[in-house]
Write a new protein. Structure first.
Length: 390
């Protein structure tokens, strides 16, 4: 099958030409170490500073110095969670997060539990939303940090971030959000939304892999989790990845500047996909919030079949999808997100995530739905489960 259609953009995206153009000179022309004081080093640092300015503007941070570059969203999440927890340990050792966070947050919290901290993992409703009353009831005198993701990477549900942040601040608690899937999908304004710390990553927004950033509001302390030189104002050691940082800055600039147009395109494609799917396939459910969700992500459970089997048949037809987060794609366990949303195990295991890009055409969607209908019918024909009775 020569035709290839990529519907796994929530996992990673291609690097756009504009981003690539920004990065290329940093490899073989402007290749200085940003920590060096000679002219090559100063030029490299100016590239880093330009990227920092672009990110500040993209998320409406007050100062460019509030942006710290990392190796990606995972390190940014770890630096936020561990860094704040360690810096404010004398104030309290209680953290609040949700059951549907990315494992970069969940496993950082598990590490803190090993260190004697207590973590409350908030449940979500069947649409994937955190309950504000549940959050309020979980707050204690020793709570120092609340971390809730902006847009869920598996089902696309958008959390009520501004309301959650306000609750946190009413009780003198810091608020962090993993916005890796949110940049370019929703408008992010850290000042208006009262966000104290925010994680982002380049490769979800047509930037390069291996680079991300953490926004930390001025005045908030955090401790480093890596040690070495004095890069990033002594908070994140390691030689600056100048090409990656240049690409990240440009990617954030483009994603935040064009998000309205991008979302219009994505909504057209998503709605067309769902319309055609309803014509060709029976017995499925769409997971996540019905309207408070990303236009780019559609998570669907097809009754009576295994998601992995469906994924493989689609791959044979040149269609690339996933069964959930790329970070856990090799696990045979049901999605922790769908489990937290109270989906029965057999339904959760029949789930596929379609995540769209603006380069997908209606003709592509037609082909995907045709092949999807064939694959679903084939798998149900050999399934011991009667799909129509689920």
């Amino acid at each position: 099958m020569d035709r290839k259609i990529y519907l796994d953009n929530a996992s990673t995206t291609y690097v756009s030409q504009e981003v690539l153009n920004e990065m290329m000179p940093c490899f073989n022309v402007l290749y200085g170490n940003a920590g060096s004081i000679h002219s090559f080093g100063r030029t490299a640092m100016s590239i880093v500073d330009k990227a920092r300015d672009r990110i500040r503007e993209g998320i409406n941070a007050q100062k460019s110095t509030e942006i710290y570059f990392t190796s990606g969203g995972t390190e940014a999440d770890n630096l936020a969670i561990l860094g704040v927890a360690h810096a404010y340990a004398e104030k309290g050792k209680h953290i609040i997060t949700s059951q549907i966070e990315h494992h970069a947050v969940l496993n950082a919290c598990k590490q803190l539990e090993k260190e004697g901290y207590e973590v409350t993992y908030l449940p979500v409703d069947k649409s994937g939303l955190v309950s504000l009353p549940d959050l309020l009831h979980s707050i204690r005198k020793d709570t120092i940090l609340i971390s809730i993701m902006s847009v869920n990477n598996e089902v696309g549900t958008i959390q009520n971030i501004k309301s959650i942040a306000k609750i946190a601040h009413d009780y003198g608690i810091f608020f962090h959000t993993d916005a890796v899937q949110a940049i370019g999908q929703v408008k992010i304004d850290v000042q208006d939304m009262e966000i104290d710390l925010l994680s982002l990553s380049a490769h979800k927004i047509h930037g390069p892999k291996g680079v991300g950033a953490l926004y930390v509001k001025s005045g908030i302390k955090f401790e480093p989790i890596t040690y070495g030189g004095n890069q990033e104002r002594n908070m994140r050691s390691g030689t600056e990845n100048v090409p990656g940082i240049a690409g990240l800055g440009k990617a954030v600039e483009l994603a935040t500047k064009n998000y309205i147009i991008t979302n219009r395109k994505l909504k057209i494609i998503r709605d067309y996909f769902l319309e055609k799917l309803a014509e060709k396939v029976e017995y499925y459910q769409i997971n996540g919030h019905p309207y408070q969700k990303s236009n780019a992500i559609v998570n669907i459970s097809f009754y009576g079949i295994e998601g992995e089997a469906l994924l493989m048949l689609l791959d044979l037809s040149g269609i690339c999808v996933s069964t959930g987060s790329a970070c856990t794609s090799k696990s045979l366990l049901p999605s922790h997100v769908l489990e937290a949303m109270h989906l029965p195990k057999d339904i959760a295991q029949g789930s596929i995530r379609f995540s769209f890009g603006t380069n997908i055409s209606k003709a592509d969607v037609d082909y995907v739905v045709e092949e999807l209908a064939k694959a679903v019918a084939k798998l149900r024909a050999i399934s011991p489960i009667q799909a129509g009775r689920i």
